[in-house]
Design a protein around this ligand. Sequence first.
Ligand SMILES: NC(=O)C1=CN([C@@H]2O[C@H](COP(=O)(O)OP(=O)(O)OC[C@H]3O[C@@H](n4cnc5c(N)ncnc54)[C@H](O)[C@@H]3O)[C@@H](O)[C@H]2O)C=CC1
Ligand SMILES: O=C(O)[C@@H]1CCC=N1
Length: 265
Amino acid sequence: MSRVGIIGAGTMGEAFIAALIRSGLQPSSIAIVVRRQERGQELAKKYGVTVVGLAETISSSDVLLLGIKPQGLSELLPAIAPHLRPQTLVISLLAGKTIAAISEGLSGHTAIARVMPNTPTLLGKGMAGYSLATGVTEDQKKFVDQLLTATGKSLLIPEELQNALTGTSGSGPAYFFRFVEAMIDGAIALGLSREDATTLTVQTIVGSAAMLEESGDSPTVLREKVTSLKGATAEALGVFNEAGISKIVADAMAASAKRAAELAQ
Ligand SMILES: NC(=O)C1=CN([C@@H]2O[C@H](COP(=O)(O)OP(=O)(O)OC[C@H]3O[C@@H](n4cnc5c(N)ncnc54)[C@H](O)[C@@H]3O)[C@@H](O)[C@H]2O)C=CC1
Ligand SMILES: O=C(O)[C@@H]1CCC=N1
């Protein structure tokens, strides 16, 4: 049974605690390193994980998961390196940060997996892309596979596509939440209460997402089934198209990918 240490247990760190437990790991095998003790106590109570110091966590872990912000990595790696055993698998969730940079900061460590997850991981409905360094063993590959299966769906991708994944599935949930916010505001402008606007919008998006997953139809077919000739939906879609929705979305996704690349520095 692997012992897992997690450094940085914010939104994604917590989502991975939940996934590790879903994947079959005992909570007592999970050690977390936190900055704020109250956060540690909260997670210990919620999941049964243990709050441990940095050096002890690193030296006793078979798998070390990094869940801090990319901006904190250059300071953290020198603190990890002296305690890291060569056979420990390091899993990075950090946007932008390359396997080569992490390896360099860890004195040439080669057992590294770079993962780009997203927040639905918390519910086991996440989408993760992952890339593996050369030193990852077959057993470690199996561990990553099993873990990511517990986060939702996963795709093994060449590392050069990691930032494209950030712009697609990593940041993606925020795009949909932003769209929902706009629809709620639009419904309020049409005279609905905030409560009713929220119920109508959320159930519309949840139902539409279920159709995407379960109907077997493409998004294009599903859209066409809503859109009556010369009807109401066609008017709405005309407004989107006039405003250049495809370009707006593509530009936004490219901006996320570009920022992820900048975070590598
Ligand atoms: N939130 C998201 O949707 C996604 C985030 N990511 C990546 O996951 C990483 C974490 O993001 P979030 O969970 O959103 O951030 P967050 O801010 O919620 O969590 C980061 C946590 O790390 C802790 N921390 C920072 N330095 C530390 C240290 N030296 N020792 C121990 N704890 C430390 C902070 O106190 C905080 O609790 C980022 O690198 C981000 O690029 C990747 C994909 C999606
Ligand atoms: O905003 C960010 O930088 C991270 C990466 C993808 C989602 N959150």
